[in-house]
Design a binder for this molecule. Sequence first.
Ligand code: ADP
Length: 399
Amino acid sequence: MRASKQSGASAILVINAGSSSIKFALYDASAQSGDRLLDGQISGIGTAAVAADIPDQAGDFGHLPEAADHEAAISWLLWGLGKGGVEIIAAGHRVVHGGPAFSAACLVDLSVEAEIERLIPLARLHNPHNLAAIRAVRALWPDLPQVVCFDTAFHATQPEIATTLALPERLRSAGIRRYGFHGLSYQSVAARLDVALSGGLPQRVIVAHLGNGASLCALREGKSIATTMGFTPLDGLIMGTRPGLTDPGVLLYLLEEQGMSVQQVSRLLQKESGLAGLSGIGADMRVLEASTEPSARFAIDAFCYRIVREAGSLAAALGGLDAFVFTGGIGENSEGVRAKVMDGLAWLGAKPDAAANNARAGREPSLISAAGSPLPVYVVRTDEEGIIAAETARLAGSD
Ligand code: ADP
C-alpha cells in the first residue's frame, strides 16, 4: 500500500482483478504526467484470509465482509472509493485475454462486455474476474467511461508464422493459436527504455518478464514479433507454479495411463509445478534463494536454463540481438537470477558488470552490463497500471 499525495483531485481508477486478488490504483487525471495518487489491494479473495491493504485517504471503507468472493470484494472496494474525496472520471481494467478480436485497448460497451464473456473459455482463471469488475463498476456508476486493456493485444503485431500452431485447419480457424501475454508489461518496458536511451529503443530486443508468471518477448523496432507464452499463459518458461513448455505427450500419459482427471491435470499445471514443483518448497524466489536445500538450487538453475534456451530461440527469430532487458518481480530484484542468465547469454555478447547488477534497481532503467559489452543488458521497472491509466485517459478523452 502506498499513498504519495492527498486526495481531492480528479482521478482515473485502474483495476487489476486477478484470481485471488484485486489491485487498484488512482492516477491524477488532471496532470500531464498522470501521477499515481495511491494504490492498494484486496488479497486472499475466496479464502478465509481475505484482507485489504488500502491507504486511509482512499475512501471510507468499513469492515471487509468475511470470506468475500470477487463480487463482494469489488462492490466493497467501489463503495469505499466512491465515498472518498476523489472524483473518479474513468476506470481502466486489465483484461488478460482479448482473443483474436481485440488488438488494442478500447472503450467498454455492452458488445465489448459480451465479447470478453465469450472469451472466458480461453482464460477461465482470469477473464471472469476482469468481467466481474467491469460489471460492478457499471452497476454502481452506469455513466462512468470504462476502458479495457488486454494482455494479449501488444502481440497482435506478430506474423502469422509465429502465432500458428501446426494443427488441422478446423482447429486453427476456431482461434486455436498462440496469443502471448504480459503485453501491458512489454508495452511499458519498451516505452520506458525508448525514452531513457539517447538513441531510442534498439532494433532487436528481448524483454524477460520474470514474476510469478514469466515470459520472454522478442521486439523488433518496438513491436512484438514472438513470445514464449502461447494459447494460454501455461507455455514457455518455468514459472512460480506452472511448468511452462512441457511435451503434450506427458499430459496424454497422465490422462490415459495414470488415470488423472482433467481437473487434477489442470491443478498440476496451474498450481503444483514450476519452481514450487521442482523445489518442493514453494514458488517464492526470495525463499528459494535463501534456502540451502539442493532442490531449491536446482529449481533456480532450471529456471535460468530455460530462460537462456528460450532467449536463443527468440534471438534466432530476431536474426540477432541488440539488447536484453529484465523486468517483473524477479527480473527487477534478483541479482542472482540475472547473473546466471547473463552467464548463459555470454555467447550472444552479454558481459555483466557485477557492481551494477548488484545495485538496487531504481525507478529509471539501469544498465547492468559492462562498458563495451557487445550485448547491453538493462533492468527496467515495469508499470502495467501506468499503461492502463494512460490508455484510459486517451480513450476516455481526459488528456
Ligand atoms: P506477479 O507475476 O504475481 O505480478 P511479481 O512480478 O510481483 O509477480 O513477482 C513475484 C516474484 O518476484 C516472486 O517469486 C518473488 O519472490 C520475486 N521477488 C520479489 N522481490 C524479490 C527479491 N528481492 N529477490 C528475489 N526475488 C524477488
